[in-house]
Design a protein around this ligand. Sequence first.
Ligand code: GLN
Length: 533
Amino acid sequence: MKTCDLPAYTIADLIRTKQLSALEVLEETLERVNQVDGRPGEVDAPEASSEEDLSTIHAFTLVTEDYARRQAQKIDQLIQDGNDPGPLAGVPYTAKDIFTVKGIRSTAGSKILSNYVSPYSATVVERMEDAGAVMLGKVNLDEFTYGSSSESSAFKPVPRNPWDTSRVVGGSSGGSAAAVAAGEGAISLGTDTGGSIRHPASFCGTVGLKPTYGRVSRYGLIAFGSSLDCPGPLARNVTDAALALQAIAGQDPRDATSAAVPVPDYLAEMEKEVRGMRIGLSEEFFRVTYFDAESMELVENPIDDQIREAVFSAAGFLAQLGADIVTDVPLPHTKYGVPTYFVISRVEASSNLLRYDGVKYGYRTAESIKDLLELYRKTRGEGFGVEPKLRMLMGIYLSAAQFDKGYYQRALKARALMRGDFETIFDPKGKFRLDALLTPTAPSTAFPIGSVYGDSVLMQYSDQLTATTNHAGIPGLSFPVGFDRDGLPIGAQVLGPDYSEGSLLRIARAYEKVTEQEAWRSLKPPLVAALDS
Ligand code: GLN
């Protein structure tokens, strides 16, 4: 096994005990990137050719080799001098290209930021570096994180699923999930506004953790929906996700919405027993409800049986370990998750995108212009792709004074009702007294590239099972629970009350341990397996 396939905790141990150097691990990981990634995404570049389709995954927008070598050397030096290199010593990681990193291009997957080199780093990036992690590069995403397949990025080719390169990686942290799954870094930093960490994690067979809103600083994160955005880790196993959360969590004076809540010892929390924990299942999370524009009716469809079975089987394992499984938990407002998200996220997105004007930073039209207004118009017309334009139009429409009551205020009320649903089931003195809710992460497994892209409403329904978490501000952790008949990963998620990341990690870790010997656990993405043989 190559060091790039080892867990982060093993890599850090080997480096700390001088059995490996950070530089050695880095070189092996860069070699993996060379073998499986292909061309990094670039603005206006052609899509992948059919030959590339089968052999490469295009997770990156930028490989920061020199930057990484300098960091790795620094870690090796610290160790040589007898200093503590940190809990993630020499662990290679990637950052979704939505985080700013000082001196490095930070694009949000958009042409409008394609030349933007940040003068400062995101807090989470600084904290990963303080913990000793080594950033390999920036990974691709949906433009400004708007999407569930990573196909809306202006940087082509778009990422491809390591388990089947004709399929999408999910989104919007798709490059993160693909990179982690393929051994291109042990950890990746992603963001989750409506499901963007958990969704690609489920499509690529990785762990993905969306922390409680405010648990992790948003400083240096290029904003989408400021009341919903949460940075968090993706990793190949639960322990690595816990280690990464430990490194990045905690109050940050530069983000006024970051919470002054002490950060527990997640590794210790994670290793406790699940015996006696109350874990709920809700039928609301095993169907998709959507508005059919032709019949003008709400239509309900059950999710794929294979996904349902995988989640129920996970519940069975947890029951064996002594957890109490509570079925038929009501969360009646779940079906409003996506419509409400449509309103709130678009209003916040349109407001956050106003700053890109061709004046302060980022792309500026090369055409001649006669006045400031034309500069704005041309810059924004050329710089933004279809998805941001759609979202701005809708956001501006919805924020108009005459629609405020009908849409935005109503959406805020629906949001409060969804929060109320969760408060009821997690109330320690209530009827359900749940520690966590176990649900599928996504209504489907990875779909073929091109099959949904272009229908932004259908694409949005990928978030049906994740968006209510963001509305409520609570944490959610997605973890692999098997494969479907096409060999595609299936993800389940556990949701819990505010700041319950420790219990969510514990449940996922207990499941991981008890299924260690299951045959599907030894499967590897074909292009990684091919390198071993
Ligand atoms: N798929 C969702 C969207 O398109 C989620 C995005 C996100 O979580 N950043 O808005």
